[in-house]
Ligand binder design. Sequence first.
Ligand code: 8YV
Length: 318
Amino acid sequence: MAKPDILMPYRLLPIAEAELEKRFTVHKLFEADDKDTQLAKISEKIRGVALGFGPFGPDLLEKLPNVEIVAGFGVGYDHIDVPACLGQNVMVTHTPDVLNEEVADTAIGLMIMAIRELGQAEQWVREGKWAERKPYPTTQATVRGRTLGIFGLGRIGKAIAKRAEAFGLDIHYYGRSKQDGVDYTYHASLTELAAACDTLMVVAPGGPATQHAVNAEVLKALGPTGVVINIGRGSVIDETALIAALEDGTIYGAGLDVFEDEPNVPDALLKLPRVTVLPHVGSASQATRDAMALLVADNIKSWFETGKAITPVPEMKK
Ligand code: 8YV
């Protein structure tokens, strides 16, 4: 029997490419000089899409009349137009769980970096200031005694909370509803959560429902000792409001792994002294990225072998 044809619009990790090539005819569109011509030649026979870093919207969907599944890379899937896929009866999958612990590790690391200025302190050593016998200034903030407010207590949020418990932090959360069997303090709104804590950990997914949820009002409620950590999506925070709040002392500092317009980080943010920035590396160890990429391949394999995907996005289960 002919192998099903799979489209790979963007580069995926080699481990997943190799896995898919064992059972499918894989069309690596990213290697074509003239992508439109290449796509026009193969579009009719494409039955699955293995998505790497890059968007999937109606423009591509409408060119693939026989596509059955779009397998996304990442737990977040705001780069995939799920309603458009649902409308065409196309399965969409993502890569949850395999990255939970990695992202939680990064989140805690970023929180400590931001509060204790570890990146800036390292820079101090590298610039030779310590060797000149100048001590790095003591930080005005400490992790000790903080109240951590988690926005998005899903699987990654819970892995962060578990670590934060070991750090002795008081944990609160906000989400669509209070969760059964969860002892952390629940707040019915994000502003209430911010008012009750001094460290706001943003783990929420991107998309229209969370767009700019962390706005000027929320930042004001967080207050002058407040630190915002974002490991979720850049779109969740109104970056302009965040910069203003940092500049005028409405909040104390920030640790950011994600931004509104990646890979562009506003100069105004970089100029601020108590801001730690990372280049979207939450899940970026080789082992975890390989596990995510393999799950992309496994979803496609499972779909064509059993008719079922392993990790459909929640909208597909309704
Ligand atoms: C991905 C992420 O690497 O899983 C996610 O949602 O943000 C990262 O782990 C990124 O989405 C790559 O597309």
